[in-house]
Design a protein around this ligand. Structure first.
Ligand SMILES: [Mg+2]
Length: 127
C-alpha cells in the first residue's frame, strides 16, 4: 500500500438533494476526508473560492447555476482540482461535463463502492 499524504484530502460535495449530501458526507468523513458541502452551484462556486478542495463532486441538475456552469467556473479557478460530475439524467450532460473540465462522471443512482472506484481513479491520476 502507498504511504498517504500526511494531510487529509478535502472534498466539496455540491448537490441540491439533502439526502445525497448527507450520505456522501458520512461516507467521505469515514474515509478521512475533510468534507465541505453546498446545495447549489452558486454556493459551490463561492465555497470553492474561499476553501479550495482537492476534489469536487457535483450534481448537474440544480437550481441557481446548474452543474455544467459550476464545473466550468471551478475549472477556471483551479487547473489541478479533480472534478467528478454526477447525474441521473441523460448521458449527454455527462459528456458535456467532461468537455467542460470534469475529470470523470458517474450516473445516479450509484452505490458508494461505485463512487469510490471513480474517486480512486481520479485521485490516483495525480501521482
Ligand atoms: Mg439535482
Amino acid at each position: 500500500m502507498e504511504i498517504e499524504n500526511d494531510h487529509p484530502k478535502s472534498i466539496l460535495i455540491i448537490d441540491d438533494e439533502k439526502s445525497i449530501r448527507d450520505v456522501l458526507v458520512t461516507f467521505f468523513e469515514e474515509k478521512g476526508y475533510n468534507v465541505l458541502t453546498a446545495n447549489d452551484g452558486r454556493g459551490g462556486i463561492t465555497q470553492f473560492q474561499h476553501h479550495p478542495t482537492d476534489l469536487v463532486i457535483t450534481d448537474i441538475v440544480m437550481p441557481r447555476i446548474e452543474g455544467i456552469a459550476t464545473i466550468r467556473e471551478i475549472r477556471k479557478q483551479s487547473k489541478s482540482v479533480k472534478i467528478i460530475a454526477m447525474t441521473g439524467y441523460v448521458d449527454s450532460y455527462l459528456k458535456e461535463a467532461i468537455i467542460l473540465g470534469a475529470d470523470d462522471s458517474i450516473v445516479k443512482p450509484f452505490n458508494t463502492e461505485d463512487l469510490m472506484a471513480v474517486v480512486d481513479r481520479v485521485m490516483g491520476s495525480e501521482a
